[in-house]
Structures are given as structure tokens and as C-alpha cells.
Design a protein around this ligand. Structure first.
Ligand code: ADP
Ligand code: ASP
Ligand code: MG
Length: 406
């Protein structure tokens, strides 16, 4: 019988220092001893990616995206080589590769590249020789040999895409918590580990701020039905399975609470209440590659109205620049940037068939004297924009009210 293949991904915190790398090597070798074939995807050591971004910004506050990819991809190249050495030290065979070397071909959108195809022949050849194949996460190469990266958290995507391409029997994502929890366990210690979660719920949680899994990796897993096991590198306990359907008798109404502190709010005052005003503003933003999220327009009483929207915090200054440009064209009032906001969301597939969930959320926020600045809803989630400093209080209060710790 052919040996079973597992893809394992170890995040930055799992390879933060020498001991951690040795620990990962031991885990990999344990699986090897059990007879598995292994492809191991690794992230950059600890906070390396953040540090490289900081370094680049010191040299040039608006660095070229191509050069950023050149720089950021080095983080993962360090990890793969060190892990291969650690496995050799334990007496086993391993070989490390960059994304380009194992044929991860992407489009040319630097810093957010999409995988077009994977030519996995090289990986297959090395597996046949009995070696553990260690692949640098988060990176690929264009058809014209430029190095690209896949967006923050992109090693998750590398792992899922390889699991699909190689038809692996499992895709394990090793991190610094024991799985997916009802909310970020670092903020609410009463958070509970979820045994099984659907792609749709995980996608919603990730999009709304639970950075434990990269959004695009879940999109790919859902599309190709790749089951994912999220678990801890520091314990042997079973983690959370992310799958198509879960065996629950009835849908839970609320299954998780998320927070996102990486957004900013832009308000344009006194926008003329006339056809084409909103189009003018948002066209200017989208033409310049800025994606806008929540949008709220007030009712106008004076033929003028305020429009507020949120953008990623990292793009806030750029967004203000283009908003001002559009605002001038259509003669609005002032443009105000507020970075002191956060998004708090509740998620659950059962919301579709229950009412009163939003009311309960608003009541909890009111009881805690938290003002709601913006609201948005989807089929399976409700989000509110609130003051940043109140977001931890909101997480705990909602987690308690919806009885998620039980
Ligand atoms: P890695 O370095 O392994 O990729 P990340 O930092 O990207 O790890 O993701 C793990 C972190 O995600 C955890 O340390 C935790 O603080 C955070 N997190 C946020 N929301 C959740 C959640 N609902 N369940 C588990 N972890 C969460
Ligand atoms: N090192 C990259 C990042 O920090 C990719 C990853 O960790 O998944 O975003
Ligand atoms: Mg991550």
C-alpha cells in the first residue's frame, strides 16, 4: 500500500527560536517514524515578517511592492533551511525548497499574489527518495521569475494549496493555541475550543478578524473540500477540524465572537444629496486599489448628508488622500479620519432562522455603555464599529451573554 501523505504547516510562533525549531523537527520525525510521507510548510521565525516590514519603511516609507516581496520572502527561506538542519541532526533525511523551486506559480500582484498552478514534480521526486520535503510558506514566483508573496498569513494558503495538489490525506495547521476557539483565547480565557467548524463559519470568522487562519486559505479549502486540522505545536491534543458539514443536531445560533482592530473609519461631511456622489467617491478609491468595507450614509434633511466607511488601517492615509481628491470634485465638507475604532462581530449559521439576535447584541453593548458607531450584517454575522479601547470589554460581555464558554 502506498504511504499516506500529510501536509503540516508550522506558524511563526512554532519556530520562534532554536528550541521551538528542534521541537518541530521532533514532531515531524515522529510522523516519519510512523511511516508517513511528509511535506512541511514553514513560516518565518517569530515576528520576522513584521520586523522586515519595519526595516523597509525606515529606508523608504513607500517601498516598491516587488522589492518588498524580494525582502519578505527571505524570512521563510531562513526557517526552511534551519528546520531541514534540525531534522538531519535527528538522523533523518530532509530537503528544503523556496516556493519558486517547488513550482508555486502565481500572478504578478505583488504582496497579494494568487496561485495560478503548482508543478509538484520536484516534491514528488524527493518524496520518492524518502525525504521530508520542507517548503517555504507565503511565497511563489511569476511566470517571468519574479518572487511574489501571498498576503499576510499566506503560509496557511501554501499548505492548503499543496495538500490539494498532492491529494494529501491530511492538512495540519500547527499554531500556538490548541485550535479554533469561540473567541480569541488570549483576550477571553473562558473561550472554548470548538471541535468541528464549517468552512462557511471559519471563513466568516477569519474575514471578521480571527487571524488564526488566513481567509484565502479557507476559500481554497472550501472550493476543493480539503479538511484542515488546526492544532497546537506545543501539545499532542486534538485540535479543531474545519470541514464541509458538522454533526450538530441543530445549528448553533451564535458560535463565535471576533474583533478586528486593524480598520479605520473615514467620514465625509456634507456630501451633496444627488445621484452620482457616492459613485464619484468610491470610484476614486477602487481605481487606486483601495478596498472599502462597511459603508453608512445618513438620511439627509438639508439636501446634504454624511457618508462614513471603513478601510484597512494600513491603507488609511492613502484612502484619505483619494477621498479628499473626490471630495473636492463634488464639493463636500470636511473629510475626517478616525483610527481609534474597532470592529466587534458575532457569527453563527443559526442566525438565519432566529430573530432577536441583533437586539441581544445591541443590548449587551448598551449595558456596558458602549456606543455603536456603525452596524453591518450578513446572513451569518452581525458587526458593530465601536471605540477601540472598549473592544476587549465588548468581547467578554458578548461571549458571556451568548453563553459561549459553556
Ligand atoms: P501562526 O504564527 O501559527 O500563524 P497566528 O498568530 O497567525 O499564528 O494565529 C494564532 C493566533 O490567533 C492565536 O495566538 C490567537 O491569539 C489568535 N486568534 C484570534 N482569534 C482566534 C480564535 N477564534 N481561535 C483561536 N485563535 C484565535
Ligand atoms: N510570515 C508571513 C506573515 O507573517 C506568512 C505567515 O506567517 O503565514 O504574514
Ligand atoms: Mg498565521
Amino acid at each position: 500500500m502506498p504511504k499516506k501523505l500529510i501536509v503540516q504547516k508550522f506558524g511563526g510562533s512554532s519556530v520562534a527560536n532554536v528550541e521551538c525549531i528542534q521541537n518541530v523537527a521532533k514532531r515531524v520525525v515522529d510522523y516519519k517514524k510512523k511511516g508517513y510521507n511528509l511535506v512541511v510548510v514553514v513560516s518565518a521565525l517569530g515576528d520576522t515578517t513584521d520586523e522586515l516590514i519595519e526595516l523597509a519603511n525606515k529606508i523608504n516609507p513607500a517601498p516598491s511592492e516587488r522589492e518588498m516581496d524580494m525582502l519578505l520572502s527571505t524570512g521563510e527561506q531562513i526557517s526552511v533551511a534551519l528546520l531541514a538542519m534540525a531534522i538531519h541532526k535527528l538522523g533523518f533525511e530532509a530537503i528544503s525548497f523556496t516556493g519558486a523551486q517547488v513550482g508555486i506559480i502565481t500572478d504578478t500582484s505583488h504582496m497579494r499574489a494568487r496561485i495560478i498552478k503548482i508543478n509538484a514534480d520536484k516534491i514528488q521526486e524527493e518524496l520518492k527518495k524518502g525525504r521530508c520535503v520542507i517548503v517555504a510558506g507565503f511565497q511563489g514566483v511569476t511566470l517571468t521569475q519574479d518572487i511574489t508573496t501571498l498576503g499576510r498569513g499566506g503560509s496557511d494558503l501554501t499548505a492548503v494549496a499543496l495538500a490539494k495538489e498532492l491529494a494529501a490525506s491530511e492538512c495540519e495547521i500547527y499554531t500556538d493555541v490548541e485550535g479554533i476557539y469561540t473567541t480569541d483565547p488570549r483576550i477571553e480565557p473562558k473561550a472554548k475550543k470548538i471541535d468541528e467548524i464549517t468552512y462557511d463559519e471559519m471563513l466568516e470568522m477569519a474575514s471578521l478578524g480571527a487571524q488564526v487562519m488566513q481567509v484565502r486559505s479557507i476559500e481554497v479549502a472550501k472550493k476543493f473540500n480539503v479538511p484542515i486540522h488546526v492544532r497546537s505545536s506545543f501539545s499532542r491534543k486534538e485540535g479543531t477540524m474545519i470541514i464541509k458539514e458538522v454533526k450538530r443536531m441543530e445549528e448553533v445560533i451564535v458560535s463565535g465572537v471576533t474583533l478586528n482592530k486593524n480598520e479605520a473609519k473615514i467620514t465625509i461631511c456634507d456630501v451633496p444629496d444627488q445621484p452620482g456622489a457616492a459613485a464619484e467617491i468610491f470610484k476614486e478609491l477602487s481605481n487606486n486599489g483601495i478596498s472599502v468595507d462597511m459603508i453608512v450614509q445618513n438620511v439627509s434633511h438639508t439636501r446634504k448628508t454624511d457618508i462614513s466607511f471603513t478601510v484597512a488601517l494600513s491603507e488609511a492615509l492613502k484612502a484619505v488622500r483619494y477621498t479628499n481628491k473626490a471630495a473636492k470634485k463634488i464639493s463636500t465638507g470636511e473629510v475626517i479620519l478616525d483610527k481609534d475604532i474597532a470592529r466587534i462581530s458575532i457569527i453563527g449559521v443559526g442566525m438565519k432562522s432566529h430573530f432577536g439576535v441583533a437586539t441581544k447584541m445591541f443590548e449587551v453593548l448598551a449595558e456596558n455603555k458602549i456606543n455603536i458607531e456603525m452596524i453591518s450584517t450578513s446572513d451569518i454575522s452581525i458587526s458593530c464599529i465601536i471605540k477601540k479601547k472598549l473592544v476587549e470589554t465588548a468581547v467578554k460581555a458578548l461571549h458571556e451573554k451568548f453563553e459561549l464558554g459553556k
